[in-house]
Structures are given as structure tokens and as C-alpha cells.
Design a protein around this ligand. Sequence first.
Ligand code: UDP
Length: 143
Amino acid sequence: MAVERTLSIIKPDAVAKNAIGDIISRFEKAGLKVVGARMMHLSREQAEGFYDVHKERPFFNDLVEFMISGPALVQVLEGEDAIAKNRDIMGATNPKEAAPGTIRADFAVSIDENAVHGSDAPETAEREIAFFFGDDGVCPRTR
Ligand code: UDP
């Protein structure tokens, strides 16, 4: 297994619940390291650009409104098999289908407001990390 990086967002609903620490501790306990972090209140343009792949979907406008409804914590997580590991810890998109003990099972209320985002493949991870962090926003661990 390779060391990978993945983009994680603690979405506005989970930030509003004051669950940032609880969620990050799940990543850390699973061996993922935070190598980038920015607290951001996304602009409409940023939210639309980030979710551009979904722009034809019926839920797109509601998704954008949700993502700009309050601050979010945008992070880069690093570790062995980080992309799949993060998706496992997050749980299914719809919290009603998320396995017990996953972030979405514990913190999400609906498929619309589902607590976290995580990149789903190496190509999307690369695009999403560049979208928020450019070339210089990530701090490699040196010890
Ligand atoms: N979403 C929604 N309604 C749907 C499907 C998705 O509001 O029927 C939102 C939800 O916030 C989800 C995001 O759109 O996390 C992106 O959807 P995707 O299918 O990529 O799910 P994810 O990768 O986040 O699990």
C-alpha cells in the first residue's frame, strides 16, 4: 500500500455541532495525519467550483447553499491507503446506510447534510487538494 494524500472537509453542519475535534481524532486514531488545514467560509464560487462535477444534478443548488451556510474545515490527510481509509471512516453518503461507528452514522442527519467530504479516487484527491491548497499549503511531517 502506498502513502497517499486525500482532501477531507468537515462540513458546516458538523462544525456547527462543535464536532471538529471528535472527527479529527477518528482520523488520527486510524493513523491518518493532518498535513494541511484551513478553516474557511466558502464563497458561492468556491462551492460551485468544488462540486462542479455535480452541477447537472438536482441537488446541486441545495448542496451549494449548504456548503456556504457556515464555516468548514478543509484538510489534507496523509497516510497509507489514505483515500480508501478516509472513505471507510466517513461511512456511506446517506447516513441511514452508513455503518455503525462511522462519522456519518454518528454525526450526519441526512444525505444532504452529511458531516464530511472525502476524495473518492487518486485523480480527484489531486484535483481537490490543488483546488484549496495550491502548491504551497501542505506541511509535510518532518518528525
Ligand atoms: N448529495 C445530496 N443529495 C444526494 C446525493 C448527494 O445532497 O442525493 C450531496 C451530499 O452532501 C454528498 C455530496 O452531494 O456528500 C456529494 O455527493 P457524492 O455522491 O459525491 O457523495 P460523497 O462522495 O460525498 O459520499
